[in-house]
Design a protein around this ligand. Sequence first.
Ligand code: GLU
Length: 285
Amino acid sequence: MNLSDQCETGTPYRGRIAPSPTGYLHLGHARTFYTAYSRALKHNGWLIYRDEDLDFQRCKPEFSQAAVEDLLWLGIRWKGDVIRQSQRLPLYREAFERLKKDGFIYPCICSRKDVAQAASAPHPSPDGEPIYPGTCRERSIRDIPRGTQIVWRFRVPDGETIRFHDGHFGEQSFIAGKSENADFGDFIVWRHDDLPSYQLAVTVDDAQMGITEVVRGADLLLSTARQLLLYRALGLKSPRFYHCPLVTDENGNRLAKRCDSLSLRALRNSGITPQEIISKWCDDV
Ligand code: GLU
């Protein structure tokens, strides 16, 4: 089924930029966020700025601040104040409780190592996540001794092909399940540190903020399939999606936040102007 067809057309365009403050932004982020901004302008809409700061180990306030400064320097503008995911925890918990009540999720006691080693998961999904073999699928919270570390996983529909149209890459399809041919398996919605996973938080936010089009990097194409299952389970309308090609270095490797020489800060300090950066992608949108 084509789950992303559910979004309405004719609603005013509202996009978002959603950096994670785990390091300085680099050219790849600049390209994605500038594309988001250009698409908002093109559709007479606007952007919301969402700081995805739920990874308390890796996120730092100085990176949040730097991201705002760097994106303003690049010329990107948004409406309203920066919204922080860390201040929206009750919303995510409410969605989690709903998924639990409606039987879409189950508690899982497998460690990362267990999942990686499981015999029925010989291949990782295209985004590198091991495919969960379903070991805990029938487990109930009552069977788990108190104090055991658990995560909550979404039970994906075995063998269902999740299809959607991507504004840049066209028709996409990914198979859910735990078999050999699956592209992704049961994924985590609630973490062992009692916080929502990226998948849950981003779905709840994009729906609650009335985002009409999600623009982000192509590394998240497969996550869109996961999120479409969450939209369906929660009875939420999904936005449209537009994934941007990833920027690579001269060796063809994807840029990482530790790749400091291509950070926006470093480029700015070396005297490069926003126009010089942006002009490389002017025909993107
Ligand atoms: N916060 C994510 C990142 O920086 C992006 C999430 C999204 O756009 O859905 O990679």
